[in-house]
Design a protein around this ligand. Structure first.
Ligand SMILES: *[C@@H]1O[C@H](CO)[C@@H](O)[C@H](O)[C@H]1NC(C)=O
Ligand SMILES: *[C@@H]1O[C@H](CO)[C@@H](O)[C@H](O)[C@H]1NC(C)=O
Ligand SMILES: *[C@@H]1O[C@H](CO)[C@@H](O)[C@H](O)[C@H]1NC(C)=O
Length: 352
């Protein structure tokens, strides 16, 4: 009996620590484009969903193509935003079985949670705008008055609907009773909220000119979201200044508070993490670091992709690469351009 109980305890522990991973839905990025998603049975074919997300899938089938699209966008945007960094987000491709860099509550996972939350709401809001979803349409016309010569028109991104449905889906794993440690859940929820705040504040006035031959005598304006790439850059800045926190009793409850000595609550605008990141210079599969050997670096860049920083002082090897470019372009009347293809060799560098 004792041994059984022991094994059972270990098993529950393993299950719980595994379940605390709440961005497994990013595995949807691997969903085949041919999956129809027009019957509730199709939900079972999706990878990485927890039971409450499966429930949302069944009751909001029409939303699922958009959520699959969002998972693809998260992956693409993260890899793009971190292509110049030692940690380059390539491990996001492992979804739903992440390495330690995203499994533990590191600074990197803080970024991915925030980006995921922002992206799912962004993608849903945009899908409303283009009429892909039956449950929503354009956002409301704002109460503010515009300058003379401008009027409200066009179709606003439906941020409220995006935030409502997006958070319902992406926060679902963290709202489950058995979802891992309280500290992890609080951290993930906080970082997701930071992502949504950045998205919300990116809503900006966009206008289009009308009038005789582009005179712009009339402008129609609407509230539109920034592109994801810009939102990711904003979040990357927050990633660089993220705050390490600890789970500590504050008053009657345990809360996440900054670890350093200046006693202050966690700010709503900052990303937070519980675990320090491994040294991404060196390969350590167990900790989720691929190391930077063989990564391309830039000899003249002053930034994080410079050979000095990227290669962590180990030095670099040059190699010759051929780039194909359009050249000798000629304009033909009317109206097309023909070009030749020219090859050019360039020197590139990879880290030792
Ligand atoms: C679901 O989609 C597939 C492929 O688009 C189509 O062949 C099938 O008829 C659809 N089923 C229903 C119930 O709409
Ligand atoms: C990211 O880093 C890994 C490991 O060093 C490497 O294999 C991969 O090619 C890199 N990806 C990009 C886009 O640079
Ligand atoms: C290297 O960095 C410089 C300066 O930032 C930039 O102008 C150049 O395009 C970069 N080269 C490559 C291959 O990315």
């Amino acid at each position: 009996m004792k041994i059984h109980f022991f094994v059972w305890t270990i098993l529950t522990f393993i299950l719980h620590t595994r379940i605390c991973q709440s961005i497994k839905w990013l595995a949807l990025s691997k969903t085949s484009a041919s999956l129809a998603m027009n019957q509730t049975q199709h939900c079972k074919q999706l990878d990485g969903l927890v039971s409450s997300q499966m429930q949302l899938c069944r009751s909001n089938l029409e939303l699922m193509q958009t959520i699959i699209q969002a998972a693809k966008e998260v992956k693409k945007t993260c890899i793009k935003a971190f292509s110049d960094m030692r940690w380059n987000c390539s491990s996001i491709e492992l979804a739903p079985n992440f390495n330690q860099d995203l499994e533990r509550g590191t600074r990197e996972s803080a970024f991915v949670y925030a980006l995921s939350a922002a992206t799912i709401s962004h993608t849903i809001a945009r899908a409303c705008t283009v009429g892909d979803l039956p449950g929503c349409s354009c956002g409301p016309i704002p109460g503010e008055t515009l300058d003379q010569g401008s009027r409200w028109g066009g179709c606003a991104d439906n941020v409220n609907y995006g935030l409502m449905m997006g958070s319902k889906f992406s926060d679902a794993p963290m709202k489950m009773k058995k979802a891992g440690s309280q500290a992890n859940k609080l951290m993930h929820l906080h970082n997701s909220e930071v992502g949504r705040q950045v998205l919300k504040s990116s809503l900006d006035l966009k206008c289009k000119c009308h009038g005789v031959s582009g005179s712009c005598s009339i402008k129609t304006c609407w509230k539109g979201l920034l592109e994801l790439r810009e939102i990711a850059l904003d979040l990357k800045t927050k990633y660089l200044s993220a705050t390490k926190v600890v789970h500590r009793p504050m008053g009657t409850r345990k809360q996440l508070v900054p670890k350093d000595l200046d006693i202050r609550p966690v700010r709503e605008s900052e990303l937070i993490y519980l675990q320090s990141s491994p040294d991404y210079c060196l390969k350590n599969e167990k900790l989720g670091s691929h190391g930077t050997q063989d990564r391309q670096c830039n000899k003249t860049s002053p930034g994080s992709d410079s050979c000095d920083l990227m290669c962590c002082g180990r030095g670099y090897n040059p190699y010759m690469d051929t780039v194909v470019e359009r050249c000798h372009c000629k304009y033909h009347w009317c109206c097309y351009v023909t070009c030749k293809k020219c090859e050019r060799t360039v020197e590139r560098y990879v880290c030792k």
